[in-house]
Structures are given as structure tokens and as C-alpha cells.
Write a protein that binds this ligand. Structure first.
Ligand SMILES: O=C1C[C@@](O)(C(=O)O)C[C@@H](O)[C@@H]1O
Length: 256
């Protein structure tokens, strides 16, 4: 059974999956406008994809955006994510720069959750978890495979490793080439939910994987990404449509 994790006014792991909208603009002004819009539209959670920000290597500029985002979001939890190129992101930082950017963001206490990539290595991940936990910040440990879908046992293995490292939320995204791959991801999620109490976020990307972005309540994924102005990964559907489908599933599975 998943133990729910409450971040500000949002609970991950109870009933209907939360909807997270990614901020994908490249300038501060456009990011703040996006945040204001999603706040008015009632987003559950917002993710800042900082690898899409033109000044991401300038820590002061990052802090300024975080400060203004916190004001614009009016209490909506914020995930800070620097997605590296090899995991599907737009920029690449050295391992040292990746660690220092995330450490800096933790110290600002302006993000509620940080997405930390599993492949950055055990030492970095553990250091960031420990720093975050001293500041009431949660860590999502993520792993993306943009080329393929690993086997069910490999997906479970990656989620287990993220759990053992001490992540608060465990995330895996894969790329399906056939419907069997989507089933592999869903089966892995369903199986893992029997072995961990931590909230999980899993998805199969691209058009074939759309069903996995809708069915979290059934198989055990607590959050789903919906496209705002722009999708941050293939297969995300517009937030309005996502709300509608999640509501239908929630109503029809109530009482189970
Ligand atoms: O890890 C994820 C999931 C994601 O890749 C998706 O497929 O929806 C979108 C990213 O912005 C986010 O950081």
C-alpha cells in the first residue's frame, strides 16, 4: 500500500493521480506568465524544466526565477527539474555542475521537490537527498529510457534501486515500440506497488504509451504530466482532456 506524501496542499498517493504541468519557456518573463496561467487554471503541481531555461547555468538567475515562480504559484507545489540530454532534456551539464545546481536550488528552499536523475550516480543522489531532507524538500529519483522499454524485471529493479537510495518518490519513463512494451511498464508498476510504500510515477511515452498516462489510479502511478503551452515529453495530452479522463476513471472506480 502506498503511503501518501503530502506536499503543501497536495497529496501524492491517494485516489486520482495529481496532474503536473511542465513550465517549458526559455525566459524568466515567459516562465512567470506560464506559472500565473496554470495557477489560475488550478494545476495540482507545476514542474520547472530548467534545462529549457536560457540562463540555467547562472545560479543567481535561477534563484530569481524561483523567487518569482513561488509568488506566481500562490502555494502550488513546484518541482525543479534539470533534465540532462541523455535522459531526454535540452542541455547537458557536467556531473559536478549538475550536483552544484541542484544543491544550490535545495539551499534556496524555493522548490518543494527536486527531480534527481538516478544515472548521476549513488554519491550525488545520496548527497542531494540528505541536503534536501534537512530543508523539508523531497526528492524524486528518476530514470528515463527514450530508446526502448526495458524488461519488467529491469523496470522493477530500477524502481527498487531508487527506493533503496532513499528517494521520496520513484519515477521511471520508457519508450514503447509496441503495445507489449506498454503492458510491461504497467505490469512492473503494478508489481512494484506491492513492494514499496513510496509513491511512484511511471509512464510509457509517445502515442502508444498514452494509456499509461491515464491509468495511474488503477496500476499505481500517483502523478501524470499534462501538456500546458507545450509538451515536455512525447505523448503528454492537454491538461483539460487529462482532467476529464481522470475524473471518469475516478468516478467509475470509486468504492473499490
Ligand atoms: O520525468 C518527467 C516525465 C516526462 O518525461 C513525461 O514523459 O511526461 C516529462 C518531464 O518533464 C518529466 O520531468
Amino acid at each position: 500500500m502506498t503511503e501518501a506524501l503530502t506536499v503543501k496542499n497536495v497529496t501524492l498517493g491517494e485516489g486520482k493521480p495529481c496532474i503536473c504541468i511542465p513550465l517549458t519557456s526559455s525566459t524568466k518573463e515567459a516562465l512567470i506568465k506560464e506559472a500565473e496561467r496554470y495557477q489560475q487554471e488550478g494545476a495540482d503541481i507545476v514542474e520547472w524544466r530548467a534545462d529549457m531555461f536560457e540562463e540555467v547555468e547562472n545560479h543567481k538567475a535561477v534563484e530569481q526565477v524561483l523567487t518569482e515562480l513561488a509568488a506566481a504559484l500562490k502555494g502550488i507545489p513546484l518541482i525543479f527539474t534539470f533534465r540532462s540530454h541523455q535522459e531526454g532534456g535540452e542541455k547537458e551539464l557536467s556531473k559536478a555542475d549538475y550536483a552544484s545546481l541542484n544543491q544550490f536550488v535545495i539551499e534556496t528552499e524555493l522548490a518543494d521537490l527536486l527531480d534527481v536523475e538516478f544515472y548521476q550516480g549513488e554519491e550525488t543522489v545520496k548527497k542531494l537527498i540528505s541536503a534536501a531532507h534537512q530543508r523539508n524538500t523531497y526528492i524524486i529519483i528518476s530514470n528515463h529510457d527514450f530508446q526502448k522499454t526495458p524488461s519488467k524485471s529491469e523496470i522493477v529493479n530500477r524502481l527498487n534501486q531508487a527506493d533503496k537510495l532513499g528517494g521520496d518518490v520513484l519515477k521511471v519513463a520508457v519508450m514503447p515500440k509496441e503495445t507489449d512494451d506498454v503492458l510491461e511498464l504497467l505490469t512492473a508498476t503494478n508489481e512494484m506497488k506491492k513492494h514499496t510504500k513510496k509513491p511512484m510515477i511511471t509512464m510509457a511515452m509517445g502515442p502508444l504509451g498514452v494509456i499509461s498516462r491515464l491509468s495511474g489510479q488503477v496500476f499505481g502511478s500517483v502523478l501524470t504530466f499534462g501538456a500546458g503551452e507545450k509538451a515536455s515529453a512525447p505523448g503528454q495530452i492537454p491538461v483539460g482532456e487529462l482532467h476529464h479522463v481522470l475524473d471518469v476513471i475516478d468516478k467509475s472506480t470509486a468504492g473499490k
